[in-house]
Design a protein around this ligand. Sequence first.
Ligand code: ZN
Length: 326
Amino acid sequence: MTQTDVTVGVDIGGTNTMFGFIDATGRELGGGQFATYSDDPPEQLIRRLADAIKKAFMSLEDDNCRLVGIGIGAPNANFHNGTVEHPPNFDWEVVDVVSLMRRHFDLPVLITNDANAAALGEMRYGGAKGMKHFVQITLGTGLGSGLVVDGNVVFGHDGFAGEMGHLTVDPKSDRRCGCGKYGCLETWASATGVARTARKLLAERTEDSQLRLVPPEDISSKDVFLAAEKGDPLALEVFAITGEVLGIKLADAVMILSPEAFFFFGGLARAGELLLAPTRRAMEANLLPIFRGKVRLEVSQLQDRNVAVLGAAALMQSMLPDLPQP
Ligand SMILES: [Zn+2]
């Protein structure tokens, strides 16, 4: 019988930690998840993770699987050092997660941040197959980005390159970002940014809107999306503003990187063309003519899959010379 090489993809999140066993074709053979308890000492989390992986591996239906490596996606992960450094929502300082994992597994272990992992997943299994230059943007609570240049994720000299969410849109804005700065891109272009813009418009204006039925503090990007889908003018304006801010910053990124495409992933990406059409317009309007009409904006082809786990596995798979490379 032939052996199936499987890579463990791990996504360490502030709330939940998930993992999956991924084969070379991107098939998920099994996995699991548990509450992270981000106040716990890191040694304990990694021990729980290792135990859960071992237990789930034993119960895989295909008993011919061989573990070949572990890829981890985590907030503020440093690919170069194997560390996670001051992750938001965790009570951690600098933690050598790769060494901690290797106490439990005699396997290669790699780590990167969740946005880079998503880019690797898109490149191996999604719409960026065969692309050498693209940017993956995750629109969730914040805005994460993974930059791919010449077929490689750009980590930068210290391992943290690609923080597009904190590009400055307007330093004089009263929109305080989670990072402490004011007017970062993700205070507009994210699920929370969309809700923020909606609340602002509702407070400033008097016209009718379906969004007035929701208490302002409870408005979510999903409410704005549902209202915009029904043609609510105020909700459509929220997407127009979001798209304009995002498109201008994408134009900056195009002029630096000249990518083939941007792929959008995450809850807000489900808005599809409602968001991408105004974004594309603003991007095109702010590009030098040599770049115009050449950059695709698309929803990720992995939108319905567990891209964080898949991408973390892809991180390891792309480094394993024995695995067939796409
Ligand atoms: Zn910021």
